[in-house]
Design a protein around this ligand. Structure first.
Ligand SMILES: Cc1cc2nc3c(=O)[nH]c(=O)nc-3n(C[C@H](O)[C@H](O)[C@H](O)COP(=O)(O)O)c2cc1C
Length: 346
């Protein structure tokens, strides 16, 4: 049965399930599969400080691919970190590209910025032009309450509220999704929001909806899908991994949650932003590029020496399945959970 929430209506989708972006890797086939199954697929920003890939051309090609393979809505991610050399150009050139492509303009309903300032995209004139003539909305990842406040000040259309259970980029505050969702509900009860970090089941979706979110976004659950482009060895880490098998370390853009392996257990964790900023000042571009190679290694299937980004939700995932069957199962279980909970009121 279709769900109707503020987010499904805003994005024109059947189910309140969004694919989390997972750069620096390709998630193009995954985007098509999630959108076709009634959720919202989201393209990742390819390349991480890497000189051999052009994230602008890659994004354009990936958008073309998506609209050639589905007529459903989809979205994309831009990381606006101060360390991302392409952030501003992406914010200018991708909206311009969308404006010139009617099919992409019709289907591209969501842009998620993350890992940096929420202000970079709204400052782009081409994005403002695109907003006026399309249904695109701008969300930003808020991994802490003070960051949610900054996003609201920047004028975003909504938030992706991501707690510390999640795989990949994290905040220094280390607040769980459960607490963060309630904090945002108290502070900004009306802002549209997507719950992210730790979701992989129907019961999780039901709880997110009760906490005021209009959808969930999932990364790790979709890595363990048949359509995901990740290396089979990477996918096969997910089942049988357990929830405690991840750890927080400091990545290039800040804290990240990784699967425990030789790489992550050999890495320090910086607990203060000031300390990280001081490190960045003395890091050369070459050193940064070298650190970025750890992600490429994992993508190529070297799960021992590479940075294997995964969230605690891996402890909930017991099989690699097709995207449509993942979404069916989650929505059916959520429906049952919501009805069961409603029956508690006498
Ligand atoms: C492999 C991987 C790469 C990620 N890369 C990005 C990224 O480029 N941009 C971003 O906003 N979040 C990124 N994230 C975070 C996810 O978008 C999302 O917040 C996270 O996967 C949610 O937790 P879950 O894995 O428990 O679903 C990444 C996560 C993973 C697992």
């Amino acid at each position: 049965m279709p769900f109707e929430t503020q987010i499904t209506k805003m994005l024109g989708i059947k189910y309140p399930i969004i694919a989390a972006p997972m750069a620096p890797f390709h998630t193009t086939h995954l985007t098509v599969a999630v959108s076709e199954a009634g959720g919202l697929g989201v393209l990742s920003q390819i390349g991480l400080l890497s000189k051999d890939k052009d994230p602008i051309e890659e994004m354009k090609q990936n958008m073309q691919y998506v609209v050639e393979h589905t007529d459903k809505p989809f979205g994309f991610n831009i990381r606006t970190s101060r360390l991302e050399p392409y952030a501003k150009t992406l914010c200018d050139e991708i909206p311009e590209f969308i404006l010139d492509n009617p099919k992409i303009k019709e289907q591209c309903r969501y842009v998620l910025t993350s890992a940096g300032s929420a202000k970079v995209l709204p400052q782009s004139k081409t994005f403002q032009e695109l907003k006026e003539v399309s249904q695109i909305v701008h969300f930003h990842v808020a991994p802490a309450l003070w960051l949610a406040e900054k996003c609201v000040d920047a004028g975003v259309d909504g938030l992706v509220v991501t707690g510390s259970e999640g795989g990949g980029h994290q905040s220094y505050e280390n607040v769980s999704t459960l607490v963060l969702l309630q904090q945002v509900q108290q502070r900004f009860p009306l802002i549209p929001r997507i719950a992210c970090g730790g979701f992989a089941t129907g019961e999780g979706l039901a709880s997110a909806l009760s906490l005021g979110a209009g959808a969930i976004a999932m990364g790790s659950r979709f890595i363990a899908s048949k359509e995901c482009e990740f290396h089979e060895v990477y996918k096969n880490v997910v089942p049988p991994a357990r929830a405690p098998d991840t750890t927080l370390v400091t990545g290039i853009l800040g804290p990240i949650r990784l699967w425990k392996n030789k790489y992550s257990l050999g890495h320090n964790r910086v607990t203060k932003k000031e300390e990280k900023l001081a490190q960045e000042v003395v890091m050369s571009t070459e050193e940064l590029a070298k650190a970025a190679q750890a992600y490429d290694l994992a993508y190529q299937g070297n799960i021992h020496d590479g940075a294997v980004l995964l969230g605690q939700s891996i402890g909930l995932i017991d099989s690699i399945k097709g995207v449509a069957s993942i979404i069916d199962r989650i929505t059916q279980d959520a429906e049952r959970a919501i009805q069961k909970t409603a029956n508690l009121i006498k």
